[in-house]
Design a protein around this ligand. Structure first.
Ligand code: HEM
Length: 492
């Protein structure tokens, strides 16, 4: 708790890397807590004085409202600095060379950090494991989300999107021509539905109970993001800890019940994700139960949460920019010609891809990338000592004027007219799906479902931002609109 942090700090200081002085056990947790997020926040110098941050939906600088401690420390200590969360030493790096090295580094010695709150949520599934255990899981899981597999999922994506369309049509009719809708619940139900159908095949209704428990577990864990870094805190039976333990136990029972039922009844013709996990578990070092339970939670959560918030941000931007909404709608109507879009059609929607790329640039759902060095290594020109954590802030790299130009904080999908290479001086800095060996395996599925949903919404409705909408990007494991997105929706 004392010697090791000092050793790491001293090695970093010798390279000119410094940062805010940590306190014993807590590190810089209190400063982080005071500047965590939200549009109304405390002034760090005067905790009794609330400061109102910009809430204009045309101000797209997440770095002013999220992780403001990183911004403050970059200004004080430069682009590379070190801070502490508990006894962990975290090196913040805002440098293209570092991302380039991260992209090509295949060493199992550079692992994803074992942050305890993610462990409670995801156990030792693909996201939270490392080394050979991770490698085995990646080999089994990633091929299930290949382009070919995603093409085969288009029918379940369409069925799930039609439920949302019908619900909105019903509300518009009931409310007399237009409806004000907070889209958060409906969009999450859409992505949850896609995951349930992909995961449980024809038994998808079983997914509902698991989905609700996971969401409750996620909320409970996100309350403990910072305290979990304090040594031994996770073993103390505090109310949030007990709530988390109980939810974890319930989830495990629910998942194992479905697996038992599947074993008794067989799959029929279904070759769903659950079946793939049951088969993959046989060769896993983790043990059969753990492999299935932990990856069920991981895929379910990873599969519904991030595409849902990405679709919400994209719809918010289209609602606030009517010109782009009209432009993308014209393209969708032309490509589809009155038919339900299939995979080839959504692939042809270039304007929609540009808008979605821009939306993921400004509001990357996963705002940071973290790694931990298991051995001394050189990466991005830094001699990283064993045990140090590395952190890159995707949201800040995505909006740095040096790489994106002076309009980097503006919504301008045109920048993607010639793809990512045309949009950024250093294209590897565009990384909404991460980089390197641990890049998101679900990116084809995510892009397909968001594009299909938005194409169907655009071809049925026109929409604008409701005056109820409060622009407040917040972080609850992913970057999400704190109060959802309120749209005024009309039939076309
Ligand atoms: C727009 C939606 C999505 C975004 C922005 C996103 C983003 C990311 C990012 C940035 C990472 C890498 C994190 C890191 O390197 O530390 C990641 C990993 C991962 N994502 Fe996604 N994701 C999305 C959708 C999905 C979907 C639909 C699935 C499918 C179930 C999925 C499953 C995963 C898994 C399993 C990993 C861990 C991979 C590994 O560690 O080997 N994601 N995602």
């Amino acid at each position: 708790l004392v010697v090791e942090p000092r050793r790491l700090r001293s090695k970093l200081r010798k390279q000119g890397i410094d940062g805010p002085p940590p306190t014993f056990l807590l590190g810089n947790v209190m400063e982080i807590k005071n500047a965590w997020h939200g549009n109304i926040t405390k002034d760090e110098n005067d905790p009794n004085h609330p400061v109102l941050l910009p809430t204009d939906p045309n101000t797209h600088d997440c770095t002013t409202s999220l992780f403001r401690f990183l911004k403050k420390w970059s200004q004080l200590y430069g682009q590379v600095f070190v801070f502490s969360v508990g006894y962990k030493q975290i090196v913040h790096v805002h440098h293209p060379d570092f991302l380039r090295d991260l992209k090509t580094c295949t060493s199992l010695e550079l692992r994803r950090p074992s942050y305890q709150q993610f462990k409670a949520l995801l156990g030792q599934g693909i996201v939270t494991s490392n080394g050979t255990v991770w490698k085995h899981q990646r080999k089994i899981i990633a091929p299930e989300f290949s382009l070919e597999k995603v093409k085969g999922m288009m029918n379940i994506i369409t069925e799930s999107a039609v439920i949302l369309l019908n619900a909105w049509k019903g509300r518009i009719e009931a409310e007399g021509g237009f409806a004000t809708i907070n889209i958060d619940h409906d969009v999450r139900s859409f992505t949850g539905n896609v995951m349930s159908r992909a995961y449980f095949g024809s038994n998808f209704s079983k997914g509902e109970a698991i989905f609700l428990k996971l969401r409750a577990l996620q909320r409970s864990i996100s309350k403990m993001t910072l305290t979990s870094a304090v040594p031994l805190m996770r073993y103390i039976p505090t109310t949030p800890n007990r709530e988390t333990w109980a939810l974890e136990k319930d989830l495990r029972t629910l998942i194992l019940n479905v697996v038992e039922e599947r074993k008794k009844l067989g799959t029929g013709d279904d070759k769903d994700l659950l079946q793939m996990l049951i088969e993959g578990a046989k060769s896993s070092e983790l043990g059969i139960e753990r492999f299935i339970v932990d990856n069920s939670k991981t895929l379910y959560l990873g599969g519904y949460e991030t595409p849902a918030v990405s679709a919400e941000w994209c719809l918010m931007l289209l609602a606030a920019n009517q010109k782009w909404q009209d432009r993308v709608r014209a393209e969708v109507l032309e490509v589809c010609g009155g038919r339900i879009p299939d995979y080839d059609m959504i692939r042809k929607m270039k304007q929609l891809t540009m808008v979605l790329n821009e939306s993921l640039r400004l509001y990357p759902p996963v705002p940071t990338l973290s790694r931990e060095a298991l051995t001394d290594m050189k990466i991005g020109g830094i001699e990283v000592p064993k045990g140090a954590h590395l952190l890159s802030w995707i949201a800040a790299l995505h909006t740095d004027p040096e790489f994106w130009g002076p309009d980097s904080h503006e919504f301008n999908p045109e920048r993607f007219a010639n793809g990512i290479t045309g949009a950024c001086k250093l294209p590897h800095l565009y990384m909404p799906f991460g980089v390197g060996p641990r890049v998101c395996p679900g990116q084809f599925l995510a892009m397909a479902e968001i594009k299909l949903l938005i194409a169907l919404i655009l071809s049925n409705f026109s929409f604008s931002l409701s005056p109820n909408y409060v622009h407040s990007p917040t972080f609850v494991m992913v970057t999400e609109p704190e109060y959802g997105v309120d749209l005024v929706v009309k039939n076309l």
